[in-house]
Design a protein around this ligand. Sequence first.
Ligand code: NAD
Ligand code: UDP
Length: 317
Amino acid sequence: MHVVVTGGAGFIGSHLCDALLSRGDTVWCVDNFCTAQPDNIAHLMDVPGFRRVRADVSDGLDIPGSVDAVAHLASPASPPDYDRMPLETLAVGSRGTENALRLAHEHRARFVLASTSEVYGDPEVHPQHEDYWGHVNPVGPRSVYDEAKRFAEALSAAYRRRLGVNTGVLRIFNTYGPRMRPYDGRVVSTFIRQALAGAPLTIYGDGRQTRSFCYVDDLVRGIVAMLDTTEPGPLNLGNPSERTVGELADLVLAVTGSRSGIAFRPLPVDDPARRRPVIERARERLGWSPRVTLEDGLRYTVAWFMNRVPHGERVEA
Ligand code: NAD
Ligand code: UDP
């Protein structure tokens, strides 16, 4: 297949490029590098079948040659990133998604949207299944991301209904692994960086809020499976093993062997209290379920971070 991956130089996108290339697909990686690390794709630059296009998807998307599938991942994704780039986030969720959908329409290609568990907002239903419509503050600080993704889902559904485009929506839950930016502000990367530096782990609020963390290889297997079907979704992709942020901090300390303490900080506005995916649909329709435990996934991620962030007073586990 000839696959366009928007956001292909990002954390998840670069792993998706790896997976597609390794099965023989041709990949067009389109990225404006606003939150990418160029290192993520440095190893792919000489791989036959890999093409990098530096472009802002919100301005347009022009691919010379045939296209069989479009995986639309371009968007700031970490709360500090979309807080810093609110207009860009809304633009890529709306205009960027429309440009990606137009490309898929033009080429009669499969289209897969990387949507998010954030469409459920601060959920009043727990755990979250795909039929839950969510609880989002439309004007709060997270709304630029949440509403952009909700609009992107609506646009994908409309392109399917009105124009017959083969669209599919994935709602991705918190994902972690190698190639996260150490300073992206997300909880896993932040805790690992702090633990390795011997700095206190910053828990926002009392640490009793929950998330369900999925290892990136598991997630990418699900995205590839979705690209290979005509499934419209929406489908949740995530690891249903739910942990409190406090438990995550303890686990990171154990895996790194760090003696870092904990520093409590105020909880950000509209921070969701609980989050856990119901994944029965993805199991049934894609034959997908996650395989990597949080403990193992953290070990792999810490090993990757060890060579990339400064170490402080570390004690080997
Ligand atoms: P990331 O920030 O590492 O990757 C996003 C990529 O998109 C970056 O390379 C960035 O430069 C690029 N990008 C952003 N705006 C662009 C634009 N206008 N034009 C071209 N490129 C642009 O984030 P990620 O964690 O890899 O997330 C990838 C996708 O998955 C995002 O759409 C995100 O919303 C979604 N998602 C991620 C998670 C997660 O936990 N990581 C959870 C839910 C959904
Ligand atoms: N969080 C935290 N300390 C940090 C960064 C995040 O306690 O240094 C919390 C954050 O408030 C949220 C959870 O960890 O409750 C997950 O945050 P993240 O930004 O990784 O993902 P999201 O909130 O988008 O699910």
